[in-house]
Design a binder for this molecule. Structure first.
Ligand code: ZN
Ligand code: ZN
Ligand code: ZN
Length: 266
């Protein structure tokens, strides 16, 4: 029989999710509804789900030398084989195509990587807020100072991330691939990253899970000058024109439209 929440609370003082002692008046509640004493400031949070990583709540976790911390709840649902990565990436290619960013016959191989491989491969340094978890790699060939060839190489994604997190990284990196294959070669970083985060966000909006809600909240609240601000600007731009028109605008103008420029744009 379902219990009435208030009566239940009176009968049983809830226990702290971290230390398992009855909660005092001073406690905090995380996104997932776990209450914990406000004194547990010495713990770190999972880089994927944000939960406090500890014995009782997450059964511990894996701390990487660069600070990436993934709890064991997340690891339970981890993507850790190449085959799984490949099939999820294909699903996300379809998801991206369904909102209009078609990759058609292009190649986007995916490789699961460890920390060192990803960090070594990182091509820019704007990762203040979150550790780097995914990357799209391509090669530009020069001759006499001129570009003579471009080739998309592969998508790298951190090994052993939970599936939903993997999917958002996949759609983000696939958006970079889409920009690559459609010859958007000079987009400002904030514009390109903002659009990639926007595509994550659009996909997450169609998912009913609590995980998806968590990831949307992270995106909405991000203060990062590239990813956070870029997303806010991309979302505002999408209110001014449909996605296909916005993509055309970005190609021509290399920047987001203002209200006025959107009004005069056909
Ligand atoms: Zn406690
Ligand atoms: Zn976690
Ligand atoms: Zn990116």
């Amino acid at each position: 029989m379902p219990w009435h929440l208030d009566c239940h609370r009176k009968l049983h003082r809830p226990l702290c999710s971290v230390c398992r002692k009855p909660l005092t008046r001073k406690y905090l509640v995380d996104f997932w509804g776990n209450a914990f004493c406000n004194t547990h400031t010495n713990y770190s949070n999972c880089s994927s789900c944000g939960r406090i990583v500890c014995k009782h709540l997450t059964d511990g976790g894996m701390l990487h030398p660069d600070g990436l911390l993934v709890c064991n709840l997340c690891t339970l649902r981890a993507v850790d084989t190449q085959e799984r990565a490949k099939s999820l990436l294909n699903e996300m290619r379809l998801a991206l195509a369904s909102v209009g960013l078609k990759l058609n016959q292009t190649q986007t191989p995916v490789i699961l990587c460890d920390r060192d491989e990803l960090r070594t491969a990182s091509r820019h340094n704007f990762h203040n807020e979150r550790p780097i978890l995914g990357l799209a790699q391509w090669t530009t060939t020069f001759s006499g100072g001129r570009i003579i060839g471009r080739q998309f190489d592969r998508i790298l994604i951190q090994n052993k991330l939970p599936e939903e997190h993997f999917r958002t990284i996949a759609i983000h990196e696939l958006t970079h691939a889409w920009f690559f294959y459609n010859h958007y070669h000079d987009l400002p970083l904030q514009v390109e990253e903002g659009m990639c985060v926007l595509m994550e966000y659009i996909w997450l909006k169609n998912q009913a899970s609590k995980d998806a809600e968590y990831r949307r909240t992270l995106i909405e609240q991000s203060q990062d000058p590239i990813y956070g601000e870029g997303f806010q600007k991309a979302r505002s731009a999408l209110k001014l024109m449909p996605l296909q028109i916005l993509l055309k605008y970005l190609k021509e103008k290399n920047g987001f439209p203002s209200r006025l420029s959107a009004f005069f744009y056909h």
